[in-house]
Every structure is written in structure tokens, then in C-alpha cells.
Design a protein around this ligand. Structure first.
Ligand SMILES: Cc1cc2nc3c(=O)[nH]c(=O)nc-3n(C[C@H](O)[C@H](O)[C@H](O)COP(=O)(O)O)c2cc1C
Length: 202
């Protein structure tokens, strides 16, 4: 299996974010297969379509778009705010989707984790985000779905990694499934391109 590059986008700016800790845990669990790093979104100015006509636009936009363009896949780890996607995350997605025709999300294999201290684990935000990613043409891992409920600070050790227990076991499995998903999409695409080149050469 190749060592693919992954951008993790965290939908919370909170210093002690449980979603950031889940993101770091997944990066650790998949470290032998994925080279993952969190791409920060807190400095992105609110998206304004006028910027698209003002080359080069805000430098933070260029930094963010370049970071996403450079990876093979994307993992979203997000809280749910009022049953929906947090504004900071939607802003980052909108920034990456433009200028028109130059979306950095296009064709990137992806997966979503939502985590909450509440019982239903951010289901609403998770599915809103899935809907957005369908439009953005991101092949989305279907299973396992990850609506992590009851995620309280005591689930993590002093380094912010998940402690032993059922939640950790589930997230370890999720990390393995995501690395296989990225491999499947990237390898299939490569094979199709090779087949096309082979046919063209005949
Ligand atoms: C503005 C706001 C809205 C929230 N709405 C929801 C919600 O709809 N569903 C939910 O499960 N938790 C909700 N919460 C609680 C968050 O799940 C909780 O604060 C969580 O720790 C945020 O994730 P983070 O730790 O990664 O920042 C909300 C929190 C805030 C600040």
C-alpha cells in the first residue's frame, strides 16, 4: 500500500476541541499508511465572490487552496452546530471550491467524522457535509459511518489521543477503512489512466 498524503480539516477552532483530538488520533492510527496533517482554517477571511475577480485574492486563500491541492485525500472531523455544519468549516469549503471551475476538492477521496458529547454524534452536520461533498464531486467513504456520540474529555489521554476502550477500537477501524478507501480510489484512477494510455498507443 502506498503512503498517501491526507489533509485533515477540523470544523472547530476551539483549543480543546474533541474533534481535533479525534483527528489527531486518526492520524496516529493510520500513520503507517497515510501521511496526514491538519490544514488550518481559522485564518480564512469570510468568502466573498468579489475576491475571485481580484487576482490573487487573500493570501490565506492561496495557502489553503495550495494545501488541499497537494494532497491525495481529505478527512473532515467536525462538530455539529445547531444541527448543521459549523460556519468556519462551510467557509473553508466554499473558499476551496472557487474560483468557478478550479475547485481544489474535485475527485479527492474523502471521509467524515462528527463527534459530540451529545447522544446522536453530530448526525445532522455529518449528513449536511456529505451532501455538500456530493456536489463537490468527492468520492465519499460510505462505511463505516462515524457519528461519535458521548465523546467527553475523559475519553482522551494527556497527549489528546483516545484512551483504550470501544470508542478507540471503532476509530482504529475507521482509520484502517479510510486508508483502504483512499488507496482504492487512487489506484483505480491510475489503472484507468494506464489502460487509456495503453489503448491510445495501440
Ligand atoms: C454554537 C453551538 C451549537 C451547538 N450545537 C450542537 C448540536 O446541534 N448538536 C450537538 O450534538 N452539539 C452541539 N453543540 C455542542 C458541541 O457538540 C460541543 O460544544 C462540542 O464539544 C464541540 O466540538 P469541539 O469540542 O470539537 O469544539 C453546539 C455547540 C455550540 C458552541
Amino acid at each position: 500500500m502506498s503512503h498517501h498524503k491526507i489533509a485533515i480539516v477540523v470544523g472547530s477552532l476551539r483549543k480543546d476541541s474533541i474533534n481535533r483530538k479525534i483527528a489527531r488520533s486518526i492520524a496516529t492510527f493510520a500513520a503507517d499508511r497515510l501521511d496526514s496533517r491538519i490544514v488550518e482554517i481559522g485564518d480564512l477571511p469570510l468568502y466573498n465572490q468579489d475576491y475571485d475577480a481580484e487576482a490573487p485574492g487573500p493570501p490565506e486563500y492561496a495557502r489553503f487552496r495550495d494545501a488541499i491541492r497537494a494532497v491525495d485525500g481529505v478527512l473532515f472531523c467536525t462538530p455539529e452546530y445547531n444541527r448543521g455544519i459549523p460556519g468556519v468549516l462551510k467557509n473553508a469549503i466554499d473558499v476551496g471550491s472557487r474560483p468557478y471551475g478550479a475547485s481544489v476538492w474535485d475527485k479527492k477521496p474523502a471521509a467524515i467524522v462528527s463527534a459530540s458529547p451529545g447522544a446522536i454524534g453530530g448526525f445532522g452536520a455529518n449528513h449536511q457535509l456529505r451532501q455538500v461533498c456530493v456536489f463537490l464531486n468527492m468520492p465519499m467513504m460510505q462505511q463505516p459511518e462515524a457519528y461519535l456520540g458521548g465523546v467527553t474529555p475523559d475519553k482522551f489521554d494527556a497527549d489528546g489521543c483516545l484512551q483504550e476502550g470501544p470508542l478507540r477500537q471503532f476509530v482504529v477501524g475507521f482509520a484502517a477503512a479510510f486508508s483502504e478507501w483512499v488507496e482504492l480510489i487512487i489506484r483505480s484512477r491510475k489503472m484507468i489512466a494506464e489502460d487509456a494510455a495503453h489503448s491510445a498507443a495501440k
